[in-house]
Design a protein around this ligand. Structure first.
Ligand SMILES: NC(=O)C1=CN([C@@H]2O[C@H](COP(=O)(O)OP(=O)(O)OC[C@H]3O[C@@H](n4cnc5c(N)ncnc54)[C@H](OP(=O)(O)O)[C@@H]3O)[C@@H](O)[C@H]2O)C=CC1
Ligand SMILES: N[C@@H](CC=O)C(=O)O
Length: 350
């Protein structure tokens, strides 16, 4: 079965996903009987390409490596250059749109528009962008449902670790009354490197180079990225429409070198924690740094690794530890969502 896709946003994650398809395309075809064909790529500065029969991904990556843009992709009959993102989503022959543009922590745009255009044109959306899920979950879910398409976003929380599919599918039947975890790879990596003696700025620089940080890393260090993940977990896992303004949010900007040294002396370690708790009046969410004791399981989760614990009424506490950020890991999240869409189509007899 062929599954045609548009890639919207072609930065680290987009290119990581393309590399996975280049490496594993044949195996995916053999194991899952699916061939993912990238028919369009649209990026703000790198340009855009569309070919209804599919783009050659080796040539795409050669062009990116040589010029940093898609301009070096060779001409061929049927190739269209220069479509805007809207034209790409509305005019291409793709089955699914993969949205990997930057996460806007105030408006969720332009990614909310990207979803709206895709659903209105009967296209599934897979996304790693957190904005639309955190800010417009109810509205966009309804639009996807009305158009009988799927909206999947496993990569939005803990990149390639199944932080959403685990509670939604494997733990289903439980009542989850509390969720707590380390939900940002950049800050967890920075806190580890600052314990090693690196300055705040050098630690941030490393996290950027490793592809963990947001395009504007203020979102990581001020806690907004965790705030978004907390909103997603509240809406999607707890089914509660928590809003941004309901969550107390504090990042790691006050965690200075001397605060790190004080924690060390006390046999503790700083971690940026996101948590949600059901209360009589709804769901309470908090994002803040905490000093955890070294024997707390969260203390051992280091670097870009993240961890999340779901407190369940039947199965007790279940903790998932895995990558919280990373190019290949987030590319995998896109792949697994696309495989799920393909499985869903099979079940419907499509
Ligand atoms: N990196 C990670 O570990 C993870 C990332 N995510 C999320 O995935 C998304 C992508 O992350 P990542 O690849 O690292 O980020 P990058 O900043 O590397 O890539 C984002 C790309 O989107 C492009 N872009 C921005 N606005 C538009 C637009 N309006 N239309 C088309 N393209 C646009 C940018 O273009 P240009 O640079 O040319 O301006 C850039 O190439 C983000 O939302 C991020 O929050 C989620 C989980 C983990
Ligand atoms: N910037 C984020 C990327 C994944 O969501 C992080 O560091 O966790």
């Amino acid at each position: 079965m062929e599954h045609k896709i548009d890639l919207i946003g072609f930065g680290g994650v987009g290119q990581g996903f393309v590399d996975i398809i280049r490496e594993k395309g044949l195996k995916l075809k053999n194991d899952h009987e699916v061939e993912f064909k990238v028919v369009s790529i649209s990026d703000l500065y790198k340009g855009s390409l569309h070919h209804p029969d599919g783009l050659c991904l080796d040539k795409v990556m050669n062009s990116i490596c040589e010029s940093g843009s898609l301009d070096g992709y060779p001409d061929q009959p049927g190739l269209i250059r220069g479509w805007s993102t809207q034209e790409t989503i509305e005019k291409s022959n793709a089955d699914s749109v993969v949205e990997m543009t930057f996460t806007d922590v105030v408006t969720g745009q332009p990614a909310i528009d990207h979803c709206t255009w895709a659903f209105s044109n009967k296209k599934n959306v897979v996304m790693t962008n957190k904005g639309p899920v955190a800010l417009a979950y109810e509205k966009l879910s309804k639009l996807a449902e009305a158009n009988e398409v799927q909206w999947l976003f496993e990569g939005a929380v803990m990149s390639g670790s199944p932080a959403l599919r685990l509670p939604k599918e494997t733990l289903t039947g439980n009542e989850i009354h509390e969720i707590r975890g380390i939900l940002n790879g950049t800050t967890n990596y920075m806190l580890m490197r600052m314990e090693d003696g690196l300055s705040y700025q050098d630690a941030l620089q490393e996290a950027k180079q490793l592809g963990y940080a947001e395009a504007d890393p203020t979102a990581d260090i001020e806690g907004y990225d965790v705030l978004y993940k907390v909103l997603i977990l509240a809406n999607v896992v707890l089914g509660f429409p928590l809003k941004r303004e309901d969550v107390l949010c504090k990042g790691i900007t006050d965690v200075t070198q001397s605060a790190i040294d004080d924690a060390k002396k006390a046999g503790k370690r700083w971690k940026l924690i996101g948590s949600l708790k059901r209360t009589e009046s709804g769901v309470k969410g908090i994002v803040a740094p905490e000093m955890v004791a070294l024997d707390d399981p969260l203390a051992g989760v280091s670097g870009a690794m993240n961890a999340i614990t779901y407190q369940c009424d039947l199965s007790g506490a279940i903790t998932l530890v895995g990558a919280g950020a990373g190019i290949k890991e987030t590319g995998f999240a896109v792949l697994i969502d696309l495989i799920h869409i393909k499985r869903g189509r099979e079940q419907e007899g499509g």
